[in-house]
Unconditional design. Structure first.
Lengths: 253, 221
């Protein structure tokens, strides 16, 4: 990990009507770093990721991706989004395209690469997420949830993003499929893929994260290395949060 | 007049089916272009344009075809200095009218696609136009095929009304044959039969496209 800052978020605020979803969020992500955001549902984690990708326009605050200020009205956000890989909770693969075409379309339409070059990159990306050749020509509806999410990761990865954003990538999956997806994300993280991950998977977070940030009521209330955050949090509300999700996890087992 | 003489009129009537088909394909094609364009404006466009298109749709769905044919042939086109034959007026009006209906077909189809498809396209860095043309439209068109098939069979029968301007389509020829031979029922029965066959062929054709374009949703697909 170098000290070079890839993503900088400063005083980000967002309201929906009279509900303040983000109330001054600030943090930085360095190149090669993996940051995990955890916290109860409805505390603005998804909104935060969508703001970073400018899919939701923040009310105030600033976001920089490397030297580019995304929140600057003069910035071409479509152009900037190519450098940000976004993985959705519900996969959101394009229904009418096969697995490999899902991965290729960003390369041909956005990066304007010739087809054979796009195909070669797509093949490499799919193999990287362990989607084998026999699945390449299947349509999303013919894939399992875990396979869909891995194709979605490959789709983002193929664009060679500066950073990957994962929005609860396994929340829509059962435990079996969760494992195969988390394994892939972990491998990418070990390959120094800069990542910002929202997840409820405590074990995964403790293994993969360089830092965990706890979000509550639109603020980052606590942050630190996984061990101290999970096992020895300073704040009572963080402790209660982990007790709750670990307990739920136990019941599931 | 006997049936022998009448049989001479059969090729004459059959030739009308080509004219009818021309009216339908022309109308359907123009309607398709208008329908796709207007549906996109209605979903993604600015409020003023949306309002104008609502008025357009309201007019063309709200008035009888025969009124529209007269209006365009005898008032609007002459007033605009456009020289239009019965055939070109008929195709234009069928197209404008079908455009109103098709815009609502495509609007519904676009509306039925989850918003997250657009979101995922934008997240990849696609411009709005790229997202619409390579993600939204290909899905919307597939969804709309059965309704376009339905629209085909509606225009086909609507085209019979173009006899009022004297276009040499099926109904016009059936009428002339009936007058010339004094046999009233049979020419119209034959015309009706040809309409049934054309409907059948068209429906089969669209069904083939539908099956070919269908997105597989199971391992067998």
């Amino acid at each position: 990990m170098s000290d070079e800052i890839v993503l900088r978020v400063k005083d980000l605020c967002k309201r929906y009507g009279d509900k303040a979803v983000l109330r001054g969020v600030s943090f930085e992500v360095e190149r090669g770093e993996v940051k995990v955001i955890m916290g109860p549902s409805g505390t603005g984690k998804t909104t935060l990721l969508k703001c970073i990708d400018m899919l939701v326009k923040p009310d105030s605050g600033k976001i920089w991706l490397e030297d580019l200020e995304l929140t600057d009205p003069r910035t071409d956000v479509s152009e900037a989004r190519r450098k940000i890989g976004f993985v959705f909770q519900e996969f959101n693969l394009f229904h009418h395209l096969t697995a490999i075409k899902n991965v290729m379309i960003g390369l041909t339409k956005v990066k304007k690469l010739p087809k054979d070059e796009a195909r070669a990159i797509a093949e490499r990306s799919l193999l990287k997420v362990h989607i084998d050749r026999e699945l390449w020509d299947r349509y999303p509806a013919q894939l399992s949830g875990g396979q869909k999410q891995r194709v979605a990761i490959a789709r983002a990865l193929a664009m060679e993003p500066t950073i990957m954003l994962y929005d609860e990538p396994t929340s829509a999956l059962d435990p079996q499929l969760t494992r195969e997806v988390l394994e892939v994300i972990k491998e990418l993280a070990e390959d120094e893929m800069t990542s910002l991950i929202v997840t409820h998977e405590v074990n995964f977070a403790s293994e993969v994260a360089d830092e965990i940030m706890i979000m509550m009521d639109g603020r980052i209330v606590e942050r630190g290395d996984p061990r101290s955050i999970i096992y020895d949090p300073r704040r009572e509300e963080t402790r209660r949060f982990f007790n709750k999700i670990v307990k739920i996890g136990d019941e599931l087992r | 007049m006997n049936l022998m003489t009448f049989s001479k009129y059969l090729p004459y009537i059959f030739e009308g089916s080509l004219w009818s088909l021309g009216l339908v394909l022309g109308g359907l094609g123009i309607g398709f272009a208008i329908g796709v364009t207007f549906s996109l404006i209605q979903v993604y466009g600015n409020p003023l344009l949306k309002r104008l298109i609502s008025l357009y749709v309201w007019f063309f769905r709200g008035t009888p075809l025969i009124v529209q044919l007269f209006l365009f042939h005898w008032s609007i086109f002459p007033a605009l200095g456009i020289k239009s034959t019965a055939l070109t007026t008929s195709i234009t009006v069928l197209g404008l009218r079908s455009g109103a209906y098709q815009s609502q077909i495509f609007r519904g189809a676009i509306g039925s696609i989850e918003e997250t498809q657009m979101l995922a396209a934008r997240a990849l860095g696609m411009s709005n136009w790229d997202a619409i043309s390579s993600i939204i439209l290909p899905q919307a068109l597939r969804i709309a095929i059965p309704q376009i098939s339905n629209e085909y069979s509606i225009i086909l029968k609507d085209s019979a009304i173009c006899f009022i301007l004297g276009v040499m389509e099926l109904m016009t020829r059936a009428k002339y044959a009936a007058i010339a031979t004094g046999i009233a029922l049979i020419p119209y029965l034959i015309a009706g039969l040809i309409y049934l066959v054309l409907t059948y062929i068209g429906t089969m054709f669209f069904n083939l496209i539908y099956l070919k374009m269908r997105i597989p949703d199971s391992m067998e697909g």
